[in-house]
Design a protein around this ligand. Structure first.
Ligand code: ATP
Ligand code: LTN
Length: 332
């Protein structure tokens, strides 16, 4: 009998045009994983409303995010691509899992602390329970592997804990998912404040390279990137700006840090920044071309999302039924 392929699940919030960080940290790997795994990828719009969104923008960005997935190599004939709110089982399982998650685990999440500090006027329940919904996304499909950037490791750990607790009480239900975190590019930092991660929702335009930035804009952002004053291309904890640029260059060219240090020995930051910018432009250009082509055909895109929702609904219903039965919900 043919062995069943392992399951991969990942998601991205439609909170803006995604960044070079989202791409090299997460989405770039999604296409390659399809060959070996049964992959499910989702535009997680329910997560996005934990921070106030303009409805028209959210709708538009949901389609745009799906188009970027496709442009980045997600193939709907191999993987399931869908929008989270089209599959009600995510919210349904989230309620059950929330009853197996200690309150204290939620309040110590880095993302909760960061986002509460950033939006002190709106620290809502959704922001706190965000990781429970993420656990539901993952566990609903019996996921084995979750491709994410390093910033999501703590959330994945929480999902594993919930799964273990549930399995311990009700017998084996959920496989325990592992993370799939790339070695280079797992955390791309802001070009302006290299101690902070590059984030979609950053309002400082120069800090973030967007997937759809034109080549001249990308080059300008790298020229303005914050470095230091010793004019030496070397990776070092005391040189976060330069180290970040080296990681980006390494992620885009496949060169090791030693090779990069050798390449720029005796050269200034000017040459280095130009090379980094050009390597990013070269990686992003084919994705951008494909994106514009896909987004121009809304019908095709919506059709993929409709089929994706149907398949995801069918897969999700099985696990939800199992969980409802285990916890003792009456079925008629
Ligand atoms: P927001 O600013 O709205 O919080 P974000 O840029 O942090 O958005 P998410 O939608 O939260 O993006 O993340 C999508 C995926 O991209 C996740 O797997 C996350 O780990 C990864 N990711 C996000 N930022 C980076 C980064 N700077 N470097 C590497 N991976 C990243
Ligand atoms: N929390 C993630 C997005 C996300 C996700 C998921 C990632 C929601 N559900 C399930 C992997 C698996 C983020 O903000 N990066």
């Amino acid at each position: 009998m043919e062995q069943q392929k392992k399951r991969v699940f990942s998601g991205i919030q439609p909170t803006g045009t995604f960044t070079l960080g989202n791409y090299v940290g997460a989405v770039r790997n999604w296409g390659a994983l399809q060959e070996e795994y049964d992959c499910i990828y989702s535009v997680v719009d329910q997560h996005a409303i934990t921070v106030r969104q303009n409805p028209a923008d959210l709708r538009r960005q949901t389609r745009e995010t799906a188009a970027l997935f496709l442009a980045s190599g997600v193939d709907p004939s191999k993987s399931i691509l869908f929008v989270q709110s089209h599959v009600p089982a995510h919210a349904q399982l989230s309620w059950v899992l929330g009853c197996f998650c200690p309150f204290g685990d939620l309040t110590r999440m880095h993302q909760f602390k960061e986002k509460s500090a950033k939006h002190p006027e709106d620290i809502n329940g959704g922001l706190l329970t965000y990781p429970i919904l993420m656990a539901a996304d993952i566990l609903l499909y019996g996921t084995d592997l979750v491709p994410i950037g390093k910033d999501q490791k703590q959330h994945l750990e929480l999902a594993r804990n919930i799964a273990q607790r549930f399995n311990g009480i009700y017998s084996e239900t959920f496989p325990i998912p592992d993370g799939y975190i790339p070695k280079v590019g797992a955390k791309v930092m802001s070009l302006q404040e290299p101690e902070k991660k590059m984030s979609k929702s950053d309002t400082n335009a120069n800090a973030v390279v967007r997937m759809l930035d034109e080549p001249d804009v990308i080059m300008k952002k790298f020229k303005r990137a914050v470095t230091d004053s010793d004019n030496c291309v070397r990776a070092d904890e005391t040189k976060p700006g330069v180290t970040n640029l080296m990681s980006i260059y390494s992620a885009c060219t496949g060169k090791s840090f030693e090779e990069i240090e050798r390449e720029f020995e005796g050269k200034g930051y000017g040459d280095f920044k130009t090379a980094v910018g050009e390597s990013v432009v070269a990686v992003l250009r084919p994705v951008q071309d494909e994106y514009h082509r896909i987004l121009a055909d809304k019908e095709y895109l919506d059709d993929i999302l409709k089929q994706g929702a149907e398949k995801a609904n069918a897969a999700a219903a099985k696990m939800l039924r199992k969980v409802y039965k285990k916890v003792g919900f009456l079925s008629l």
